[in-house]
Write a protein that binds this ligand. Structure first.
Ligand code: 8X3
Length: 256
């Protein structure tokens, strides 16, 4: 296998059927990447892919066989954006749900590890590979009610830092992007479809958009090859890490 590819080369984006993954796929395609997108929701993934001319393949990062089948279809790869993952619930530890925690660990930690392991040969063969992990401020600033997700993102962070060290001297960059609040389906999924609880997360503040995060990823991956953006923390102006959010009072004159 040689890495000779036209343009920027092939970029794989996981969890690309919506939110940060879809926005990243759109942005990378616009920047000249040949994009391959993966997700469980194939109908929505195909809609994303069709608009940008990407290749859509089914992918469940919690399933080793699915990861291997996906990666077998990707002989060339210069960039892997590990975006698939998410949170389930905000229960205190005394009521934690084992299945929810298990899924979070599978998706946010093992999923990243599986995808990276499977694509490392292709990333290296091209002579200039890049692995991006979409982490979270929850990966270094844990908060009450977030233990399962926090532990998983701490795990993803540890994985990313180890990977960076293990790949020193090889032609593969490693970057972690850690966003704070981003208004996507993230909170809706976290709260089991409860729209009230999900929208309350962003009430009175202006969160990041998925495009803001895609923009940061596009910046990190477009630095010259000798420059490694190790980590990039991205928060809304209204948010300081996980514990402090500035919320404006509702305007009493609104709607008059
Ligand atoms: C999303 C940010 O603060 O909801 O990863 O955990 S937070």
């Amino acid at each position: 296998m040689t890495g000779a590819e036209p343009g920027n080369g092939t970029a794989v984006v996981t969890g690309a059927s919506s939110g940060i993954g879809a926005a990243t796929a759109r942005r990378l395609a616009a920047d000249g990447w040949d994009v391959v997108v993966g997700a469980r929701r194939l109908d929505r993934l195909r809609e994303v892919a069709e608009v940008i001319g990407a290749r859509a393949l089914p992918l469940d990062v919690t399933d080793t066989a699915s990861v291997e089948a996906f990666c077998a279809e990707v002989p060339y790869c210069r960039l892997l954006v590990n975006n698939a993952g998410g949170a389930l619930g905000r229960d205190p530890i005394e009521r934690f749900d084992e299945d929810g925690w298990r899924w979070m660990y599978e998706a946010n930690v093992l999923g990243v590890a599986r995808m990276t392991r499977a694509l490392l040969p292709a990333l290296e063969a091209g002579g200039d590979g890049h692995v991006v992990v979409v982490g979270s401020i929850a990966g270094f600033d844990p908060y009450a009610g977030g233990a399962g997700y926090n532990a998983a993102k701490h795990g993803a962070r540890a994985f990313t830092r180890v990977l960076r060290q293990e790949l020193l001297g090889r032609p593969i960059r490693v970057t972690e992007i850690d966003p704070g609040f981003v208004e996507t389906e993230f909170s809706l999924v976290r709260f089991g479809g409860d729209e009230g609880r999900a929208s309350a997360v962003y009430e009175g503040m202006t969160p990041l958009t998925a495009d803001d995060v895609a923009d940061a990823i596009a910046w990190a991956v477009s630095r010259p090859s000798h420059v490694n953006v190790d980590e990039l923390v991205l928060c809304a102006r209204d948010q300081y890490l996980a514990q402090r959010v500035h919320r404006r009072e509702p305007d009493p004159d609104a709607g008059r």
